[in-house]
Ligand binder design. Structure first.
Ligand code: ATP
Length: 363
């Protein structure tokens, strides 16, 4: 089932919780909504489910307008962070409940329960009460219950945030596996970028009620379209500068470190406009000796070094500019805190970005 938000706005009084959202969730996708607290993720999910009215715009399921369709008629399965299981009912009864409400024949109920217990690997816990299960197992019951109704769309709202780190990892694998097996269009809300990067087929980043970018994980990491997305997905160094124009294939940006050359940019800039350079810490290089390639080499001071065995994290400063570098399998450079050093930004790893748009909506 494909889900489309067309110019969807949700207002609470004067607060714009979601502003003019245009978003397509492809059929069969595991689509993440990611963003800081209060950016409108849950509101978007609740409008999709029919639990929240839409102020303006339309929601389409496979092209059919469902904007005014009651929640019960949308065929949505939901899983929340607090599981919302019936504590006095066994695993079996919890899963069965929704199927009985739908007045399905007994044989159909039995076969569906068997199927979802198998998919979620809960068959041996069928007679237990929720209180006799671990957090991860309880979350799998919530998932089994949502899957049993064979939803058109499955909605997951921070499903792992009550679990400890180890269980979260296990459940990530479980959810990915179950998603692959069922192929149900799934919308997953989180503020954990690792969850989104490791599991998502697409990720939408929201900020202050606005959708700022949608792309598959690798694309989003490699080609963020704004400093906000570059910093929110993974870590990055952001350097402010002034666009000077082109020299061959290179875009030149004047910064406090000097002129930085970049082969990549997003947006169109006039000479003199304010821009930002983004470079990931793992792309920053140490330029130990004078080398023939002096492009984008800058003298800085090593202000802090953290040795981690397989890698090192270095922090360089010059004036107000701070640059972080993650070096993997670094050669023995002999540098320590306070030493002068030269860093290099490979031209193909620097990206020129426009300033973040004015994100006035929301809070
Ligand atoms: P979190 O990650 O903290 O759950 P979120 O991204 O899911 O945040 P929403 O819960 O969708 O954000 O809220 C978006 C904005 O709408 C916030 O500014 C919030 O305060 C506001 N909001 C949400 N629900 C209501 C409501 N019922 N009445 C008034 N304002 C609301």
């Amino acid at each position: 089932m494909e889900v489309v938000f067309k110019n969807v706005t949700k207002r609470y009084g004067k607060t714009v919780a979601v502003g003019n959202l245009n978003l397509t969730v492809k059929s069969g996708a595991l689509h993440f909504l990611l963003g800081p607290s209060g950016c409108g993720k849950t509101t978007t999910l609740r409008m999709l489910a029919g639990l929240e009215s839409v102020t303006e715009g339309q929601i389409l399921f496979d092209g059919k307008d469902v904007t005014r369709l009651p929640a019960a008629d949308r065929g949505i399965g939901m899983v929340f962070q607090n599981y919302a299981l019936w504590p006095h009912m066994t695993v079996l009864k919890n899963i069965e409940y929704g199927l009985k409400l739908r007045k399905l024949p007994k044989s159909e109920i039995e076969s569906r329960i068997k199927e979802v217990l198998h998919i979620t690997q809960l068959t041996r816990f069928v007679d237990r009460l929720p209180g006799q299960l671990s957090g991860g197992q309880q979350q799998r019951v919530a998932l089994a219950r949502a899957l049993a109704i064979r939803p058109n769309v499955l909605l997951l709202d921070e499903p792992l945030s009550n679990l400890d780190a180890k269980l979260r990892h296990e459940m990530r694998d479980n959810i990915s596996r179950i998603h692959k097996k069922t192929g149900i269009t799934t919308v997953y809300v989180t503020h954990d970028q690792k969850e989104a990067l490791s599991m998502g087929s697409d990720i939408s980043i929201m900020h202050s009620g606005i959708l700022v970018q949608t792309a598959p994980p690798r694309e989003l990491y490699k080609n963020p379209e704004s400093p906000f997305v570059a910093g929110f997905i993974g870590e990055t160094n952001i350097i402010h500068g002034t666009y000077k124009g082109k020299d061959g294939n290179d875009h030149l940006v004047d910064t406090a470190l000097g002129v930085i050359r970049s082969e990549r940019k997003f947006g169109d800039f006039k000479a003199g406009s304010g821009v930002f350079i983004s470079i990931r810490p793992e792309s920053v290089e140490l330029a130990l000796k004078q080398s023939p390639n002096e492009t984008n080499c800058f003298e800085m001071t090593l202000s802090h070094l953290t040795y981690l065995g397989d890698s090192e994290q270095l922090q360089f400063t010059k004036g107000d500019t701070v640059i972080k570098a993650n070096l993997f399998n670094a050669l023995d450079h002999g540098l320590s805190d306070g030493d002068g050093a030269r860093v290099r930004f490979p031209k193909d790893a620097t990206l020129v970005l426009p300033p973040d748009m004015q994100l006035g909506a929301g809070t």
